[in-house]
Design a protein around this ligand. Structure first.
Ligand SMILES: CC(C)(COP(=O)(O)OP(=O)(O)OC[C@H]1O[C@@H](n2cnc3c(N)ncnc32)[C@H](O)[C@@H]1OP(=O)(O)O)[C@@H](O)C(=O)NCCC(=O)NCCS
Length: 213
């Protein structure tokens, strides 16, 4: 039986993830059925965009509880901390969707992915990378060998994480940032767009610039 999927968050990131599911479905013998979107505070503009996509809006996140235990969900929210708090409300990690990997992403050998992980088009993960739950690797971002990417991390488009790095849970790696090899980024840290990280970043720190401070 094919999986029924709910997307949480009807903003841009959630609707991009809908596109990932459609791209996977085009090549799949068991296409996933997206039942619709949930969002606690959707705005009219985004509701109009959902309508144009032809996907129903189903209500607030609390509705997930009434939908039966066989439904899977993916949290299409770009902010890693908000994503983590929504996941904590939902509670049951088993219901998070199996990893969603866009067919135009490239994935090497020996990687470990978790439920709720999403790789968008052009994302590249090389080898022996461990990726936690609800991690999103956005378009054309690269994750080098032997990385550990903890739960809820958001890697934005075109970011490049070199080999042997570790990225702590709920961290955000901004668009086009580069992280040099062997460094760690602590949990809930933010690396600004375009930054070049040359030293490890402590938990909760915000760094930006080249080199990043
Ligand atoms: C670094 C970042 C977290 C800072 O956020 P912030 O604290 O709200 O920053 P502000 O907008 O208040 O700007 C504060 C200062 O930092 C500068 N600044 C902001 N972002 C910067 C960046 N990425 N690199 C260098 N300088 C930056 C601003 O120009 C401003 O400088 P000023 O004080 O001299 O005027 C944020 O700008 C960023 O880069 N986030 C990543 C966003 C991203 O990846 N978006 C893509 C979504 S797909």
């Amino acid at each position: 039986m094919s999986e029924s999927l709910i997307i949480i968050g009807c903003g841009g990131h959630g609707r991009e993830i809908y596109g990932v599911v459609q791209a996977i479905n085009e090549l799949s013998e068991k296409p996933r059925k997206v039942l619709g979107f949930l969002d606690d505070s959707p705005n009219e503009v985004n509701l109009g965009r959902l309508k144009r996509l032809g996907v129903p809006f189903l209500g607030d996140v609390g509705q997930l509880e009434c939908m039966g235990g066989d439904k899977r969900y993916v949290i299409g929210i770009g902010d890693p901390r908000v994503r983590a708090s929504v996941a904590a409300r939902i509670g049951d990690k088993q219901l998070a969707a199996a990893p969603l990997v866009h067919p135009a992403a490239t994935v090497g050998l020996g990687n470990e992915f978790s439920n709720g992980t999403v790789l968008l088009a052009g994302a590249r993960v090389t080898t022996n990378v461990k990726i936690g739950a609800h991690v999103h690797i956005n378009q054309n971002a690269t994750v080098g060998h032997d990385n550990i990417i903890e739960d809820f991390v958001q890697v934005n488009p075109l970011a490049a994480i070199s080999g042997d790095c570790s990225i702590g849970r709920e961290s955000l790696i901004g668009t086009g940032a580069a992280i040099l090899q062997g460094l760690s980024v602590g949990e809930r840290a933010t690396v600004g767009a375009g930054a070049c990280v040359v030293r490890s970043v402590a938990a909760g720190q915000v760094v930006k610039g080249v080199p990043a401070h």
